[in-house]
Design a protein. Sequence first.
Length: 249
Amino acid sequence: MSGHSKWHSIKHKKAKEDAKRGNMFGKLSRNIIVAVKEGGGSDPRDNIALGNAIAKAKEYNMPQSNIERAVKKGTGEIEGGNFESILYEGYGPGGIAIIVEVMTENKNRTASDVRNILSRYNGTLGESGSVSWQFERKGIIVVERSEVQNEEEFMLSMIDSGAEDIDEDDDVYEIKTPPVEFIKVRETLEKNKINIKSSELGLMPKSTIKLPKEESVKVLKLLNALDEHDDVQNVTSNLEISDEILSEV
C-alpha cells in the first residue's frame, strides 16, 4: 500500500479510540453541520457532502439522535452551528507537506493554535496554495480480504460502481474513488454484505516522500498533535511510512 494509505489506517485507529472517549462525535457533528451549510441542504440524497458526513458518522456508531441534532444545527433550527471550514497548509520535519482541515467558531484562535503546534514540532505554517497542489480529494474505502468470496466478481462490481483503483495488501483491499462515486461504492459493498473496515473522503497526496526513521517519527508526532486538536477534522501529509515505523506507532 502507499504511504498515505498507511497514515489513513493510523488515523482510523486513532479515531476509533477518540470515539470511545466521545471526542470523535464532536468532530463528526461539526462535519455534518458544515456539510448542511455549505453543501446545499439537509437531504443527503441531494447533498453529497452531507451523505458522506452521515455515512462517516454511522461508521463510528454515532447515535441517530446526534446526527439529527447536527443536521438541525446546520439548517438553523437549533442554535450552535456557527462553524466555518478552513484549510491550513504547512511543512513538517524533512520538508514534508501537510494539510490541516479544520472546522471552527473562532478562526483566529484556531490559526494561532495550529501555528503553535507546528512550531513546537519543528514545522512551519505556509501560505495558501503552498502545498495543496500536491494533493487531490479522493474517497478511500478499506475492506478485509476475508470478506471477499470471489475476487474477480468483487473487482468488477467495484469498477462498475465507480471505483478508479483497487490496491491489495496482505489482508485488505483499499478502494480509491472519485468523491462523487464514494457513496455509490459504499452502497454496493453494503448491498453485497461486505463489511467496511474504514472509509474516508479526504485529501490524498499525489505522491509520497520517504524520510529516515528518526525524521519520520518526528513527523508522526506532529501529525498526531495536530489531529488531537478539537477543531481539526483531518490531517494529511505526503509522508511515506514504512512497515517498520508503523509497527511502533
